[in-house]
Write a protein that binds this ligand. Structure first.
Ligand SMILES: Cc1cn([C@H]2C[C@H](O)[C@@H](COP(=O)(O)OP(=O)(O)O[C@H]3O[C@@H](C)C(=O)[C@@H](O)[C@H]3O)O2)c(=O)[nH]c1=O
Length: 190
């Protein structure tokens, strides 16, 4: 597995190796011991799978508040998405900043979005299947959404020449300034 840090510290792109032969391919998509040697140790407790039928579907920006916060490891087995993580840790030097990258079945890459970040994605084509692991179970009372187009965050969503399609929850989500995220930035020890 190749690890590639992104512009926001702690958000990481992971590139699993794909071993191909005449039958197809085999790939280790998560391996605790390999990631532990990179300083990443996470106990996953739930696997999610979502399907979006059209291009332009936006899900997000979502997170669960502490103590039900979730790390997420996201990958795509069909189609492609523009995936976004936003730093929502109060006091963080990068609070409110976002990072985005294309995750696709073709690239076979993954993004690790840690606790303290809101997460969302836009489908870049029809029929996208997104799979992700989370480190805490779904807790509806702690589930929060932030507006995908909050100007204070300024995510540059790609132009996919399709109407944006949102859930009702996401269409009425508040801006980050009005959300109590519950995350406080902890400076790393020297
Ligand atoms: C997230 C979740 C939803 N649900 C239910 C609630 C609802 O009836 C239905 C759809 O839920 P949502 O509209 O919240 O689904 P969706 O908008 O796809 O939410 C997801 O978006 C991405 C960006 C994330 O990061 C995820 O953590 C999650 O928040 O599924 C579960 O049963 N378990 C879960 O873990």
């Amino acid at each position: 597995m190749i690890m590639r840090p992104l512009e926001l510290p702690d958000v990481v792109e992971i590139l699993p190796v794909r071993r191909s032969d005449e039958r197809g391919f085999f790939s280790e998509v998560w391996r605790a011991d390999a990631l532990e040697s990179e300083g990443i140790s996470i106990d996953w407790v739930q696997d999610n799978h979502s399907f979006s039928a059209t291009a332009g579907v936006i899900r997000g920006l979502h997170f669960q508040t502490p103590p039900c916060a979730q790390d997420k490891l996201v990958r795509v087995t069909r189609g492609s998405i523009f995936d976004v993580a936003v730093d929502i840790r109060q006091g963080s030097p990068t609070f409110g900043r976002w990072v985005g990258l294309v995750i696709s079945a073709e690239k076979w890459n993954q993004i690790l979005v840690p606790k303290g970040f809101a997460h969302g994605f836009m489908t870049l084509e029809p029929n996208c299947e997104v799979l992700y692991k989370v480190s805490a179970p779904y807790a509806p009372a702690h589930d929060r959404a932030i507006r995908y187009d909050d100007p204070a965050i300024g995510v540059e969503w790609p132009d996919v020449e399709a109407d944006v399609l949102l859930s009702q929850k996401d269409a009425s989500a508040p801006r980050l300034a009005y959300v109590e995220t519950g995350f406080v930035y902890e400076r790393e020890h020297d």
